[in-house]
Design a protein around this ligand. Sequence first.
Ligand SMILES: Nc1ncnc2c1ncn2[C@@H]1O[C@H](COP(=O)(O)OP(=O)(O)OP(=O)(O)O)[C@@H](O)[C@H]1O
Length: 256
Amino acid sequence: MPVESRPAALELRGLSRSFGDKLAVDNLSLTVPVGSFYGLVGPNGAGKTTSLSMATGLLRPDAGKAIVLGVDMWQKPLEAKHLIGNLSDGVKLFDRLTGEQLVTYNGLLFGMTRETVAERVGDLLRILDLEGAAGTPVVDYSAGMTKKIALACALVHAPRLLVLDEPFESVDPVSAANIRDILTDYVAGGGTVIVSSHVMDLVQRMCDHVAVIQAGRVLASGTVDDVRGDSSLEDRFVELVGGRNHTEGPEWLRHS
Ligand SMILES: Nc1ncnc2c1ncn2[C@@H]1O[C@H](COP(=O)(O)OP(=O)(O)OP(=O)(O)O)[C@@H](O)[C@H]1O
């Protein structure tokens, strides 16, 4: 298929979602090309998690479409979900299972054979440095270990698109570097990654595309170089989003 006619890894078309009176995502459209490492950034409450939840089939949109590699998430959710690996902020894991059991369970849910699952679980626990905790219930994991085991669950069925909400939050620097390597390899091997993050420096170094969202709308999107221009991504972000002002702390917090 010619490159121009290949479906995007993810296409969001006019997505909207309200919670009561609050319009969390407002007619949001975004195209994530196949093979891109795409950063989604925005201030707290911008609508990143809500958008990604609608894109991955966790939250039904009020309006609009989410299309994964040509498959409509809300019309063919089973087919679309096979294509996606999802690490979602705040989704409950079956944390009474051990790490090994949890990843195995996820693999079996996708219909893979026990042998294939066992081999992949072994690989994932090794590359994520969780072999020593394979037999520990996930409820006893630290926040960073929980993030890593959730990433293993997202990867086990070898999805074509990975959607990761804040994958580096609480993760130590060595593990974060290992995860970055895994993701970079995954993209080099033809996969597509979308990450939401508040760490602009990381997004600038790791991602080739970025979208800045605020109040449920896209303020800017494109290649990282196009969006940031001559500035750092952080400065461009602050410029786009506004709201930076020097505020002195309250008097009672000062000791001199
Ligand atoms: N289940 C919910 N019920 C009510 N309001 C919600 C719910 N989920 C999100 N919101 C509201 O929708 C808006 C967008 O929230 P969302 O979690 O998508 O933002 P975010 O960009 O992921 O923020 P953060 O960077 O702080 O994680 C916020 O105003 C939030 O309060």
